[in-house]
Design a protein around this ligand. Structure first.
Ligand SMILES: *[C@@H]1O[C@H](CO)[C@@H](O)[C@H](O)[C@H]1NC(C)=O
Ligand SMILES: *[C@@H]1O[C@H](CO)[C@@H](O)[C@H](O)[C@H]1NC(C)=O
Ligand SMILES: *[C@@H]1O[C@H](CO)[C@@H](O)[C@H](O)[C@H]1NC(C)=O
Ligand SMILES: *[C@@H]1O[C@H](CO)[C@@H](O)[C@H](O)[C@H]1NC(C)=O
Ligand SMILES: *[C@@H]1O[C@H](CO)[C@@H](O)[C@H](O)[C@H]1NC(C)=O
Ligand SMILES: *[C@@H]1O[C@H](CO)[C@@H](O)[C@H](O)[C@H]1NC(C)=O
Ligand SMILES: *[C@@H]1O[C@H](CO)[C@@H](O)[C@H](O)[C@H]1NC(C)=O
Ligand SMILES: *[C@@H]1O[C@H](CO)[C@@H](O)[C@H](O)[C@H]1NC(C)=O
Length: 457
């Protein structure tokens, strides 16, 4: 096996990302040393009364701390209090630290967030064509950035954004709480996230991302709120988190139709372990539906899922292209879940009419193993693409179906093939071939290795 030691940051830098090209990304933790310099947001005139707008204080503090980037980096300390702010950018070699009882509150005035371009792999805002609101906390082209604390809180006060989404009165797509773009060495840890306008944590075109020991909550009625969304990013670990969201808890993505295909950056080498997930209207763990850059080399283990619409969902559509391949999910416990396993090739939202109807997404080499569930209504719903079936391997699955479930059969299958061993209730015939069909589709995975990273360092 190719073992690569990546010392990302020479000369007194603080995260040393040790990356190996194995799926077990959570085994390789960055080394987090204290920053040699620390300043409090109060020194920049911020007032923690929940009313004073502190956007200039955050922006000025970051501008000042940028000068320490080549001196070992710095910490911006946020003490207890309620710190109302609009959007601000982080800088390299920075730690944003939220003390216990420190709450960053997102402003409810849209002009405090500003507008930014659509991501190139999406071609437009996801919800509304054109530009999108800037996220509350942003990073562009950074190295070694840490957002952490002693269980401080980042509260997006999202109800304002949810209402404008529901009433379709927004001119731009909603913002997220944290969006880090084209960066290497990103840590988000030891914090609570509340009421995100849309996503909580959105790493895009990033490498070496650790999301650890966070909790995130948004009400079940909040429209399309999502917890953690690794998007065209690689070497990602998500570990020891509690995420309870309106839509999906964790969603893996990699761009949308022709824009994602052209941008061509996969999500790869992702490890998700030991997480408690709840997803009211979407899926506890979702893959897609935007997956046009490809998603592969994913290991998921120890998921606890409850009170969710679906447990694990794969979503795609004709026109996406790309692939979801080489994924291994094991040790999943589910409780009170409508549909335990879901795969759909009919997730037909497109950025525009220019998508390529011959761009068929590949979905194979997916193993789901050691799953137990109680109070499940539907064990599996698999609807693949005609003449281009999905492939799954199911092992050691035991789901107890709620007798009141309306469906007469526990599995629904079309355009899917695969094998199953020790699966109860008895799966549909399509999933019962004795041997797994490997190489169903000509292999498309571009195996990710450190060479690919060189251009980001
Ligand atoms: C944040 O970064 C973006 C992208 O580099 C830039 O357009 C924007 O002006 C920055 N905002 C501030 C407040 O520095
Ligand atoms: C998780 O975060 C809390 C504060 O948010 C901290 O007290 C605790 O030690 C952290 N646990 C681990 C394992 O890092
Ligand atoms: C972290 O803070 C949240 C919100 O204040 C609180 O509900 C939760 O109990 C805290 N968690 C820990 C481990 O202290
Ligand atoms: C939302 O509003 C836009 C224009 O403001 C309109 O084109 C679109 O059809 C509306 N969508 C819905 C679902 O009402
Ligand atoms: C989380 O907090 C704990 C306790 O303070 C600390 O030991 C740990 O290093 C922190 N983890 C990260 C990833 O920041
Ligand atoms: C997640 O929930 C578990 C069980 O309630 C708790 O022990 C753990 O501290 C929570 N972790 C976080 C990051 O809130
Ligand atoms: C079973 O799960 C459904 C959600 O799928 C929930 O509405 C119902 O209350 C659960 N029943 C029990 C007995 O927990
Ligand atoms: C799943 O459980 C079975 C039976 O308990 C066990 O034999 C098998 O090794 C487990 N699979 C994994 C991946 O550990």
């Amino acid at each position: 096996m190719l073992v690569a030691l990546l010392v990302l940051l020479a000369l007194g830098n603080t995260i040393e990302a040790v990356g190996e090209d194995s799926e077990e990304q959570c085994r390789y933790k960055p080394k987090l040393d204290p920053r040699p310099h620390s300043v409090s947001i109060v020194e920049f005139g911020a007032v923690g009364d929940g009313k004073t707008l502190n956007t200039p204080a955050f922006q000025n503090a970051i501008f000042y701390l940028n000068s320490f980037a080549d001196k070992g980096g710095a910490q911006l300390y946020v003490p207890p209090g309620k710190w109302l702010t609009g959007s601000f950018n982080l800088t390299s070699h920075l730690t944003l630290f939220l003390e216990k009882d420190a709450v960053i509150l997102g402003s409810q005035v849209p002009s405090q967030w500003g507008i930014t371009d659509a991501l190139p792999s999406y071609g437009r805002g996801i919800e509304v064509p054109g530009s999108r609101y800037r996220s509350l906390i942003n990073g562009y082209n950074l190295r070694d950035v840490v957002i952490t604390g002693n269980n401080g809180t980042i509260d997006g006060q999202g109800s304002f954004w949810w209402d404008s989404f529901i009433s379709n009165t927004s001119t731009y797509s909603r913002p997220h709480l944290v969006e880090i773009v084209e960066s290497v060495g990103v840590v988000v840890s030891n914090l609570t996230f509340l009421n995100a306008p849309a996503y909580n944590i959105h790493p895009v075109y990033c490498s070496h991302v650790l999301v650890q020991n966070i909790s995130a909550y948004a009400p079940s009625s909040s429209p399309f709120t999502i917890g953690v969304v690794p998007d065209s990013s690689d070497h990602v670990c998500i570990e020891s988190c509690n995420l309870s969201m309106g839509y999906d808890a964790i969603s893996l993505k990699s761009g949308w139709d022709e824009y994602g295909i052209t941008y061509g950056r996969p999500t790869a080498l992702v490890h998700i372990k030991q997480v408690n997930l709840q997803a009211s209207t979407g899926s506890a763990l979702a893959v897609g539906s935007e997956m046009s850059g490809g998603i592969s080399q994913v290991i998921v283990e120890n998921l606890h899922i409850k009170n969710s619409f679906s447990g694990i969902a794969f979503r795609t559509a004709v026109g996406r292209g790309g692939y979801i391949q080489d994924m291994h999910v094991s040790y999943v416990e589910m409780e009170n879940v409508q549909t335990a396993l879901l795969a759909s090739g009919q997730w037909k939202s497109h950025p525009d009419e220019d998508y390529d109807p011959s761009a068929l997404p590949i979905l194979d080499q997916i193993t789901i193993e050691n799953v137990t569930g109680i109070n499940i209504s539907l064990a599996g719903s698999f609807t693949g693409i005609e003449n281009f079936p999905f492939e799954f391997t199911l092992l050691d699955i035991s789901l107890s179906i709620n007798p009141a479930a309306s469906s007469t059969s526990s599995w629904m299958c079309s355009n899917v093939v695969g094998s199953s061993t020790n699966v109860s209730p008895e799966p549909c015939p399509e999933l019962k071939s004795s041997s797994s069909l490997s190489n169903l589709h000509s292999s498309s995975i571009t195996t990710f290795n450190s060479q690919g990273l060189a251009s980001y360092l």
